[in-house]
Design a protein around this ligand. Structure first.
Ligand SMILES: [Zn+2]
Ligand SMILES: [Zn+2]
Length: 327
């Protein structure tokens, strides 16, 4: 018994030095593949006719981020296209109904010289992330994983949902799949071991973190923090931006044009801040943090959101071209 205690102490001390803080011994890039993020992203407008439906950003040569234009849909989500040796993976299909498959095909064609496997999976099952599923489902050569718990469990080898961590192997590129229900029942975070990027879907991003199941969300955030212990996290990348670049200030729901929006990337520090804030709350409560807002949902909030969104969106569509361009 004493020996076992001693050994666990030794192991914990070792973990503490090497792993617990997700640190690297030198500021030399920590051994993960590097990439570049833009200082700001086009959002949509002010003149929608000038805006392409999609913007593709090459984080590095095997990791692309695609943003849907706010002119197509006010949610203007981020999609992720990640290349392995054997397989290409698309996370999410966006919010609107315009053509995506051809755009993705051309991006893949530019990357590929020979045919590889292509997988489509989802950060979670909300409509603004699965809207173009029909363009990929049943398409030959596409390994399509629907946003359903049994399918996600089977595809990624997650035995006990949501506590086990699964994996996706794209060929010399492994992504860990961490179930994070709470915003949506079928939500996962992905950790790309090659870049150290943690993709957190709609659970963590600079904006309104809508929570439909409080207890599940609190537990998922803690599991995400636990997962990052011992891992290098280069960026925490979510699927939206709703925050302005001014601390504690958001854009209203339904905003199409966001000329001064917050940057996309967050850090493990902000994840810890979120976890800390959640741990200090007794139950569902709205709390604005510097870069994001804890935003529990109830029927009254949902109703209010719907009205605000409709009013803001219809108002903005008429007047957005009058807004000053500042980026
Ligand atoms: Zn969502
Ligand atoms: Zn979303």
């Amino acid at each position: 018994m004493t020996e076992r205690l001693l050994w666990s102490g030794v192991i914990l001390a070792w973990l503490g030095v090497v792993f617990i803080q997700a640190q690297a011994p030198q500021p030399d890039g920590a051994g993960v593949e590097r990439g570049v993020l833009p200082r700001s992203w086009p959002t949509g407008g002010p003149k929608c006719m000038e805006q392409p439906d999609w913007r593709l950003h090459e984080y590095n040569e095997d990791f692309y981020i695609i943003r849907e234009s706010g002119c197509v849909h006010y949610e203007k989500p981020f999609l992720y296209l990640i290349f392995g040796k054997d397989k290409v993976m698309l996370m999410d299909t966006g919010a609107g109904t315009t053509e995506l498959a051809a755009f993705v095909d051309s991006a893949i064609a530019r990357w590929l010289q020979r045919k590889k496997k292509f997988m489509v999976m989802h950060s979670h099952g909300h409509r603004d992330h699965v809207a173009r599923d029909s363009q990929f489902k049943n398409k030959s050569g596409v390994d399509f994983i629907a946003a359903e718990i049994p399918e996600v469990q089977k595809a990624f080898g997650i035995k006990n949902w949501p506590v086990d961590v699964g994996r996706i192997d794209l060929g010399e590129r492994v992504l860990d799949v961490i179930p994070i229900p709470g915003h949506h029942p079928v939500a996962v975070a992905l950790y790309d071991r090659r870049t150290g990027v943690l993709m957190t879907g709609d659970n963590v991003y600079p904006g309104r973190l809508y929570i439909s199941d409080w207890d599940a969300f609190v537990k998922s955030t803690q599991r995400l923090v636990d997962f990052t212990k011992g891992r290098i996290v280069s960026h925490v990348l979510g699927c939206h931006i709703e925050q302005t670049s001014t601390p504690y200030l958001e854009y209203p729901i339904g905003s199409i044009f966001q000329p001064q929006e917050h940057i996309l990337e967050m850090s493990r520090g902000q994840l810890l801040e979120l976890n800390d804030a959640l741990a200090g709350l007794k139950g569902p409560q709205r709390v604005a943090l510097r870069d994001m807002t804890i935003y529990p949902l109830d029927p009254a909030v949902l109703d209010q959101m719907k009205k605000t969104r409709e009013a803001t969106e219809s108002g903005q569509r008429q007047t957005q071209w009058q807004q000053p361009v500042t980026h």
